[in-house]
Design a protein around this ligand. Structure first.
Ligand SMILES: *Cc1c(COP(=O)(O)O)cnc(C)c1O
Length: 426
């Protein structure tokens, strides 16, 4: 049976299929670049695993307090070695990215300290962690203040503004690598390095933390290679490789990670406790697969950018620019555009393909959000997923895809839905 007939069987029309094929033909060179980065990162992970003498014994379950958990300790060494940091905390007890970031912040800040974001507003869920929006248990409730310097109109760092904002109380600087729910550009590792160097030249002892969500393995370097004291992320995004069913990580200096461990468990306990409950094989194998999975997701994002830019929609990043995270934003300008796009992503999923996504009021967000995800792991956004807050400019954020072929089908299906709804004409 011809390949295109499989697409027709899945609900893709001849016109949509041909439109997609034409675009894929022109992306071969970019795909090769992605494969090269992926190859490098695969070797980086392998080297860290071999250096740490990974063995079957490391996959064993521990229970209770989880003292002397060899598997957990070795996995944390692997993360630290791979990301070139002194220490790492990689735990199923860290429930998600927001939790990892909340731990990293609250562990390293004390009453009277100030937190600074020199790259504009942080990710929505962090607004409540910080207390930008009042919330129970926020840093603000503990007397930790927050300052923010926005990026300049053209996306550049406001160096003057940052210089003015750094003061004697500035203890920690948070830098979000990915654009999150914004249409600003994602920061490259190189730019993050420049920003950190500038901040340290003003105040050498300030802690520079990078929210690394969605950025891992997109480049051959990570922010920890360019001066970050801590990098933080979620295991149901890039580094879990689609296999980790929960978890988060914090990699960084021994001092910072130690503070995090005491905050995560309890003063006096720290990194020594935290049973793995048998989850480690998925963490190890997911990390091993992550470079390849990230490459598939990146190809999907670039395909989407090229499809929707050609159709006249505003896309960030655009069709040709370099990539620093796996997120693709497409601005439709109407709620219907966002909703039809998400319906297509859902309809292409291996799980729950028959359900229709609807906007809902999610905890941590200030507008209804529509989410499409037919994922093996609930809410996993390294799996093919799309979400968008139902508010202007009505942009959808698309990410993931455990394989390029699935990401491709998802984008074709999104286009199919837009065509069927009369929003797009081919
Ligand atoms: C996803 C994300 C978070 C929060 O992670 P959750 O796992 O959803 O809690 C924080 N920052 C950025 C940039 C993210 O992409």
């Amino acid at each position: 049976m011809e390949q295109k007939n499989m697409y027709y069987d899945l609900g893709i029309s001849e016109k949509v299929y041909q439109f997609g094929e034409e675009i894929v033909r022109n992306l071969q060179e970019r795909f090769q670049e992605i494969d090269k980065i992926s190859e490098y990162n695969q070797l980086k992970v392998l080297k860290a695993m071999q250096d740490n003498r990974v063995a079957e014994a490391h996959f064993a379950a521990t229970t209770g307090y989880g003292y002397n958990d060899m598997g957990r300790e070795t996995l944390e060494r692997i993360y630290a070695d791979c990301f070139h940091t002194e220490a790492a905390l990689v735990r199923p007890q860290i429930t998600c990215g927001t939790h990892a970031l909340a731990v990293a912040l609250s562990a390293n800040l004390r009453p009277g300290d100030e937190l600074l974001s020199p790259v504009g507003k942080p990710y929505d869920t962090l607004e409540e962690v910080i207390g930008i929006r009042d919330s129970i248990g926020s840093l603000k409730e503990y007397g930790i203040t927050y300052a923010q310097v926005d990026l300049l109109e053209d996306g550049a760092f406001d160096y003057e503004g940052i210089k003015r904002a750094v003061n004697e109380r500035t203890k920690l600087v948070t830098i979000q690598r990915s654009k999150g729910y914004q249409t600003r550009p994602t920061l490259s590792v190189e730019r993050i390095g420049e920003l950190i160097a500038f901040i340290k030249s003003i105040k050498p002892d300030v802690i520079c933390m990078v929210d690394n969500c969605y950025g891992e393995f997109v480049e051959t370097k990570e922010p920890s290679d360019v001066g970050a004291d801590m990098i933080v992320g979620s295991l149901i995004k890039n580094p879990g490789g689609g296999l980790a069913p929960i978890g988060g990580y914090i990699c960084g200096t021994k001092r910072c990670v130690e503070q995090c461990a005491y905050r995560l468990s309890a003063p006096g306990l720290g990194q020594e406790v935290g049973a793995n409950l048998g989850i480690l094989p998925a963490f190890y194998q997911g990390f091993f697969l992550a470079p390849t999975v990230v490459a598939g997701a990146l190809k999907g994002a670039i395909f989407a950018a090229n499809v929707y830019e050609k159709l006249g929609f505003s896309v960030v990043p655009n069709a040709t620019e370099s990539r620093h995270d796996i997120i693709q934003a497409v601005t439709f300008g109407t709620p219907e555009g966002v909703i039809e796009f998400c319906k297509g992503i859902q309809a292409a999923a291996p799980v729950d393909s028959y359900v229709t996504p609807e906007p809902w009021d999610m905890p941590g967000y200030d507008a209804p959000v529509i989410m499409a995800a037919g994922a093996f792991v609930q809410g996993s956004s390294i799996e093919l997923s799309a979400d968008g807050p139902i508010k202007p400019p009505y942009a959808v954020y698309f990410q993931g895809g455990l394989t390029w072929y699935h990401a491709k089908l998802g984008i074709l299906m999104s286009l199919q839905k837009l065509v069927e709804a009369g929003i797009v004409t081919l």
